[in-house]
Design a protein around this ligand. Structure first.
Ligand SMILES: [Zn+2]
Length: 175
């Protein structure tokens, strides 16, 4: 025998969904099918970062508005609606952010305010602009802990960010 034999990913997924045992190599391959990286801790919301975020939003709104007009002209109603919705969400976020004075508060507060207002697309933009990117492989953390479907606390080994995550529920053969 050389390398451990893995079953087809679809079979492994079906087994996991059915609560049937898989090997640890299969469980590892299953978890790693989705790349997960630590986003790192939030940095302070300074005037410079606020400017970057507002500029990125303004550009996104312009792009979506142009795309909506082009789609409408071409008679593509569904894409036109999608772009209009995106522009409307970003415009609401822009209005919200303009009311928040950047005083060096935790950038996580900005993201929370966007999430509370249901502006999920802008919350991920805030992740990009306001976090100190870490990039550690989060799958390593998942695989180092029990695959029991429970919530686990973690500390990122690279940036020391702490939080909780829900482990996948995977039964391991012979454990
Ligand atoms: Zn990290």
């Amino acid at each position: 025998m050389d390398a451990p034999t893995l079953r087809d990913p679809a079979l492994v997924e079906a087994a996991i969904t059915a609560g049937k045992p898989v090997t640890s190599a299969e469980a590892s391959a299953f978890v790693r099918r989705v790349a997960r990286h630590c986003k790192g801790p939030f940095r302070p919301y300074t005037a410079a970062r606020a400017k970057t975020l507002l500029q990125a939003l303004t550009q996104r709104i312009a792009k979506a508005t142009t795309a909506a007009a082009a789609a409408a002209t071409a008679g593509d109603e569904a894409p036109a609606d999608r772009e209009r919705d995106a522009a409307a969400g970003d415009t609401a976020a822009l209005a919200l952010l303009r009311r928040v004075k950047p005083t060096g508060q935790d950038g996580g507060e900005i993201r929370t305010a966007l999430l509370t207002a249901q502006l999920l697309a802008v919350a991920s933009l805030a992740d990009v602009v306001l976090r100190q990117h870490c990039g550690a492989d989060f799958n390593e953390t998942i695989l180092a802990n029990p695959l029991d479907g429970e919530d686990h606390e973690y500390t990122c080994p690279r940036c020391q960010l702490t939080g909780t995550y829900r482990a996948p529920s995977i039964l391991l053969a012979g454990v």
